[in-house]
Each structure stands twice: as structure tokens, then as C-alpha cells.
Design a protein around this ligand. Structure first.
Ligand SMILES: Cc1cc2nc3c(=O)[nH]c(=O)nc-3n(C[C@H](O)[C@H](O)[C@H](O)COP(=O)(O)OP(=O)(O)OC[C@H]3O[C@@H](n4cnc5c(N)ncnc54)[C@H](O)[C@@H]3O)c2cc1C
Length: 657
């Protein structure tokens, strides 16, 4: 391992030329993978390559170079421990949603990184999200709506009552609004609707301006009138395409009372695996939890491609046997605990999918903060950042993995005949050969980095990365002498029409994980800015908004405040994003360049990890490390899997023995 400590410190020798690193005589020439960007996407691509193809890395056939211009790994994932049990400060992802089968990948990772004991998941009761409408908090549940109607009625607030009833009446017509068929999937650029257009057409103007605008704020910090429905909430688009409507078509859970219903809704491959076959089937201990999981999962949230691909490729041991020819089946054990990574998954499967997960930090004063460099000691856990810290810990202890931190701006060129395909450099200090590139950084920034080697990609990358949302995060923590009262909600979002101070939303951290948080501690995280102007006084706005939601006046000395400002943190998938990706993938075809992470195909951490997993798989296929049976999954330019998920599933099914 070569750790280049940063520009300010003296640099260790540049990475040696590839000829110095050849394996034993007769062995294939070593291959070098350069990963540009050390956020969750880059670190996990390196980790999946390292842990899923250990022989190739250990033998020196595969060298992994992880290059990060800033002095630390993690990108947008940043969290700190506090001296209060279970209470960290989280400036990036607050919670990881466990609603999609991609969460199996997250759970597998959490477990194999030895973090299962730190996993906090929500109680079923605390699932409701809220929204601020008409200046008042509204819980998006039957109870919350009833309460609002009752309040409006008793307060003779007839305008608000009428608006609420009109919104629900219009949304109830949704099943009879004709679907757009193939056009719904946005195959042609002109068919790509914004979130607002899609929501107006299907659910009506009031739902578009309220919940859908709030959702765009909550996930993308973006403007629902600019963002592409297909790229941001593609599952709903696919449901309309296949069923002609949303309500009653995939937004209801599977029924396990009739197994045929499950089978009809799950495409053939997964259904046949549920039944088992010669030497193939669900592990016995998973059979009933998986059935229960499916019975509680709205079909809209089950992406069979993810379930099949992730499970079958051995990431997560749902199945016995080797379901696909040539795909090795290995049961992973945690490198930290040596345990079979099933217990956490079983517990989550038992409770159901509508949950979120967050990593409980160690207490700051129990252990020195910061990842440990000592190979034997796993780094302290300070919240969700531990996912990256633990993967980095494994990478740092690994031969033939080279981590270059604090490189400053990177540049990729082509060294010419006889040399490697690419060379990645930063001034005269870093010079790394690369046969394969993984681009795990914001697209706009990559346009400059790749321009010398791949000028044809620069324009396409600049177009993909044209818009990013800045987010201001205010973390509030108060300790009281008395217990704080709790609400039953994850937090509240503000739609665009409710704006005064560029507020996006408030996450009520201590309420989400109330059973883990001391009762005299209140914690909330406020997000502001996004596509709106930067907030003038984010702290004052945050205190005001928390008071509006909870009645708590936190402007007293018990309060601890932290503020983080992310510039360009959340890529904006505006109308036409999918077609810009297709253009990029076409230009990159055959160049051994993979694009992973939030800049391209999904901003939530589970999606980022999935793209990294698939890129590692694609590189392994290019290297001939497996038979490459799954052409669609192995991807074209690292994007194929994400661009064509339903076709990919058909290919998966076709190769099933
Ligand atoms: C405030 C906030 C709240 C969020 N909340 C949630 C949540 O609750 N749940 C959830 O699932 N997700 C959430 N997310 C999203 C999630 O954090 C990100 O999608 C994820 O961390 C992105 O990882 P990444 O590696 O793709 O990108 P990044 O984290 O952006 O990492 C990219 C890395 O590339 C480096 N880099 C930049 N330019 C170059 C270059 N030219 N060459 C090489 N390297 C370069 C950067 O320094 C950085 O380290 C949130 C994000 C933010 C900002």
C-alpha cells in the first residue's frame, strides 16, 4: 500500500512503472485500475475489486489505484461522534433507506464490515414523514390527514379544508387517467417529463405542488419543475409504462396468501428461485423471512434486477447452489468478525422493508476519533462515515492497493505506443499507469480531468454535470435536564411553494432513533439551499423551523450547533439526463472507462454502492476474471446495467440454466 499523505507533506515516491511490478515469469501482465475520486463510490469500487477478486489482487495481477484530490476519503459521507451515547453529527447521508432490494447490498456490507452491532433501524411506528403545507406541519399518514381535516373543520379554516379535499379527490382519479404507454418510459428525449409534469398529469396540480415538490427537495435538493421524472423516480415511470396507472398497480404489497400472486408479479427468474430447483434455491433459513419481506414490500420497490443480480452474483447469500453457470458462489464472512453475514439481514427481513438504517457512533471520548492507520485496529465508528472508513481500512492493509490522497487536480492522458492505455498524474508527484479507469467524481470536474486522454467525452461529461445543488446543513444538538418529548416522524419537508428562507427539510434524528437516544437529548439536522438561493442566516432559520415543528425553543446555552456547507453536493438529474448518459456511454464504448456514483445513476448511498459493485464486476469481466456470462450486467462503459435494467433482467433470465 502506498499512501500519499497530501500536498503539504513531503510526498513518497511516485508509483513505480508497471514493468517493475510484473508477477512471476509467464504470468499475465499486471493490469492497473485507476479510480478517480475517493467518495463512497470510489472507495467501494476499490473495495469490491479487492474483496471479490482477492487472488487477482494478492498475486499482483490486478493493481488498484485510488486517487482523491482532497486530503481525505469519504466525499459527501461525513459524520462525527459526540460524547453522548449513540448521538453523532451527520452532515451527509442521515439515513440509508432499506426499501429496495439494493438495501441487501448495504446490509451485506454493513455486516461484513463488522458494523452490524452499530446498525440502528427505525421502529415501525416512527415511519411517517411530514410536510409543511399552508405554514403548518402535516404528517403524511391517515392519522395526520384526519387530524388536519379535523383542525381545519373545527377552526373553520374552510380554504385549507377545501384544498385538501380537492387534492385527494383529484388524486383518487389517477387510475382512470390514461397511461402514456411506451412514451411514459421517456424513450425519446422529448418524452422525458419533469417530476412536476408527470405529477400534474397523473395526480393533479395540488399533489404536484405539494408532496412531489417536497420529495424533489428531500432527495435531490432540487426543483421538481427541472428534474427528470425518469432519472429521479424511475420506478414510478416504469409502473405507469407497464400498468397504465400508479394507484393499485404495484403500489400495494405482494400478497403471500396466494403464492401465485407473488409469482405473477416477480418475473420468472426470481420466482423460480423462490421455488428452488436442482441444487438451487433459497436458503432454508431465509425462505420465510424473504416471503415476509415480499409480502410487505410494495411491488414498485422491488426491482428484480437488483434482487437477482446482487443475490446471484454472490454479494449476499440468499441462495444455495450456484444459480448461474460460471458464477462462483462464495459465502462471505466478515473480515472483522469472521461471522456469516446473515443475522442483520434476517432481522431486517423479518421486520419489513419500510425502514431506514443509520450507524450508531462510538462515544467520542471512548476512543480517539478518526480512522486508525494501524492494520490490526478497526477504525472508530463515528456514524455513517464508518462504511467508508472500514472499507478504506481493508484497502490500506492490502498489497497492490495504492491510495493517493491530497493529490490536487488530476489529469489523464495517453502515454502512447508501448505504454499503458492511460496515465493519471497530478503535477510531477503522482504518475499512475491505468488500463481501466473508474470515474467516481462529479461529472463536470471529470470533463477537465479526462479531456487530454478522451477529448470526445469532455462535452458529454460537462453536459451530464451541468447542474449541482449546494446544500447548507445545520446540525443541532441540545441536552436538557428533563426528557424531551418525541414525535413519530422521520422529519418534515417543505415544498417549493412554502418558501421564505430556502428551507428544504428537517430530519428529527433523535425521534427517528428514539430508543437509542438518551431521553434528555434532542437532535435535528436542517438542510437549506439546494436549487434555491443560499440561506441568509441558516442558523436563525434552523432554530425557527425547529420551533415551528416541535415547539422547542433551542436558543439557550444547552444548544450545540454545527454547520456544514456543501458546494455542489447533489447532482441534478434535469430533463434529458438519461439521454445525456446514453450519449456518454456511447462515446466511452470500448475505452475501458466506467462511470460510478451519484453523478450518474442515483444519488442515494444504496444506489451509489450498487453502481460501484456493478463497475467492479464489469472490470473483472474485462480482465477475464470470470466468464462474463452476464453481458448486460457486466455493462457497457459501466453504465449499461443502469441504463437498461429491464432488458438486463431479460438477459439474466435467458442465461439461467
Ligand atoms: C447533505 C446531504 C445529505 C444526504 N442525505 C442522504 C441520505 O439521507 N441518504 C442517502 O442515501 N444519501 C444521501 N446523500 C447522498 C450521498 O451522500 C451521496 O450520493 C454519496 O455520498 C455520493 O458518493 P460519491 O462517491 O458518488 O460522490 P462524492 O461523495 O461527491 O465523492 C466524489 C469524490 O471525488 C472527488 N473528486 C472531485 N473531482 C475529482 C476529479 N476531477 N478527479 C478525481 N476525484 C475528484 C471529490 O473530492 C470526492 O471525494 C446526501 C448528500 C448530501 C450532500
Amino acid at each position: 500500500m502506498l499512501l500519499t499523505p497530501g500536498l503539504a507533506a513531503p510526498l513518497t515516491a511516485p508509483t513505480q512503472a508497471r514493468s517493475d511490478q510484473a508477477g512471476p515469469p509467464g504470468s499475465p501482465a499486471p493490469q492497473h485500475v485507476a479510480i478517480l475520486g475517493g467518495g463512497a463510490a470510489g472507495v467501494s469500487t476499490a473495495y469490491f475489486l479487492r474483496t471479490r477478486y482477492p487472488e487477482a489482487v494478492d498475486s499482483g495481477r490486478l493493481h488498484i489505484h485510488l486517487l482523491e484530490p482532497s486530503p481525505s476519503l469519504g466525499g459527501n459521507i461525513r459524520s462525527l461522534a459526540t460524547d453522548i451515547p449513540c448521538s453523532g453529527r451527520t452532515f451527509g447521508p442521515q439515513t440509508l433507506r432499506l426499501a429496495s432490494p439494493q438495501s441487501l447490498l448495504v446490509l451485506g456490507l454493513v455486516d461484513e464490515l463488522g458494523l452490524a452491532g452499530h446498525a440502528m433501524t427505525t421502529r415501525q411506528a416512527s415511519l411517517s414523514s411530514g410536510m409543511v403545507l399552508g405554514g403548518e406541519p402535516l404528517l403524511m399518514s391517515a392519522r395526520g390527514l384526519n387530524r388536519r381535516f379535523a383542525d381545519d373543520l373545527l377552526g373553520l379554516n374552510l380554504g385549507s379544508l377545501g384544498t385538501g379535499l380537492a387534492a385527494i379527490a383529484r388524486a383518487a382519479l389517477e387510475p382512470v387517467i390514461p397511461g402514456r404507454g411506451a412514451a411514459a418510459a421517456g424513450q425519446a428525449p422529448e418524452d422525458d417529463e419533469t417530476i412536476d409534469e408527470f405529477a400534474r398529469r397523473r395526480l393533479g396540480r395540488l399533489m404536484a405542488a405539494g408532496p412531489m415538490s417536497a420529495m424533489a427537495h428531500g432527495v435531490y435538493a432540487g426543483d421538481s419543475r427541472q428534474l427528470s421524472m425518469r432519472s429521479c423516480f424511475g420506478q414510478l415511470v416504469r409502473i405507469e409504462q407497464h400498468h397504465g396507472r400508479l394507484l393499485g398497480a404495484g403500489l400495494v404489497p405482494f400478497s403471500v396468501s396466494d403464492r401465485h400472486t407473488v409469482h405473477e408479479r416477480l418475473p420468472g427468474l426470481v420466482a423460480s428461485l423462490l421455488d428452488g430447483g436442482p441444487g438451487v434455491g433459497l436458503r432454508e433459513d431465509f425462505r420465510s423471512p424473504v416471503q415476509a419481506y415480499l409480502s410487505r414490500t410494495p411491488a414498485a420497490l422491488v426491482d428484480p434486477v437488483d434482487l437477482a443480480a446482487i443475490s446471484l452474483l454472490g454479494q449476499f447469500p440468499l441462495f444455495t447452489g450456484a444459480p448461474l453457470k460460471g458464477v462462483p458462489w462464495t459465502r462471505k464472512r466478515s473480515p472483522f468478525t469472521g461471522e456469516d453475514p446473515t443475522e442483520l439481514a434476517l432481522s431486517v427481513l423479518r421486520v419489513g422493508p419500510k425502514r431506514v438504517l443509520s450507524l450508531r457512533p462510538d462515544r467520542a471520548n471512548d476512543r480517539a476519533p478518526g480512522p486508525s492507520d494501524e492494520a490490526a485496529i478497526p477504525p472508530a465508528v463515528h456514524g455513517n462515515q464508518a462504511l467508508v472508513d472500514r472499507m478504506a481500512h481493508i484497502l490500506k492493509g492490502s498489497p497492490n492497493v495504492h491510495i493517493h490522497l491530497g493529490t490536487g487536480p488530476l489529469s489523464v492522458d495517453r502515454p502512447g505506443p508501448g505504454g499503458p492505455k492511460y496515465r493519471v498524474s497530478a503535477g510531477s508527484a503522482v504518475s499512475v499507469p491505468a488500463d481501466h479507469l473508474v470515474c467516481a467524481a462529479p461529472a463536470g470536474s471529470l470533463a477537465d480531468t479526462l479531456a487530454p486522454a478522451l477529448p470526445g467525452l469532455a462535452g458529454a461529461l460537462a453536459a451530464v454535470g451541468a447542474t449541482n445543488a449546494k446544500v447548507t446543513v445545520v446540525s443541532l444538538l441540545a441536552r436538557g435536564r428533563e426528557p424531551f418529548s418525541r414525535t413519530d416522524t422521520l422529519g418534515y419537508l417543505w415544498p417549493a411553494g412554502e418558501q421564505e428562507d430556502s428551507i428544504l427539510g428537517v430530519v428529527l434524528n433523535s425521534d427517528i432513533f428514539s430508543e437509542h437516544t438518551p431521553s434528555n437529548v434532542f437532535q435535528a439536522t436542517v438542510m437549506l439551499g439546494g436549487h434555491m438561493p443560499p440561506p441568509e442566516d441558516p442558523v436563525a432559520s434552523s432554530l425557527h423551523r425547529v420551533r415551528q415543528l416541535t415547539g422547542l425553543d433551542l436558543a439557550d446555552p444547552r444548544l450545540e450547533l454545527d454547520l456544514a456547507q456543501w458546494t455542489g453536493a447533489i447532482p441534478q438529474y434535469t430533463r434529458g439526463h438519461h439521454h445525456r448518459l446514453v450519449d456518454l456511454a456511447g462515446r466511452a464504448a470500448g475505452e475501458r472507462v466506467h462511470f460510478v456514483g451519484s453523478a450518474f445513476t442515483g444519488v442515494a448511498v444504496p444506489q451509489v454502492l450498487t453502481s460501484a459493485f456493478m463497475a467492479a464486476r464489469g472490470i473483472a469481466a474485462e480482465l477475464g476474471l470470470h466468464e462474463g456470462l452476464l453481458a448486460g450486467v457486466d455493462g457497457q462503459a459501466g453504465l449499461g446495467y443502469h441504463l437498461r435494467p429491464w432488458d438486463t433482467f431479460a438477459e439474466l433470465a435467458a442465461v439461467t440454466p
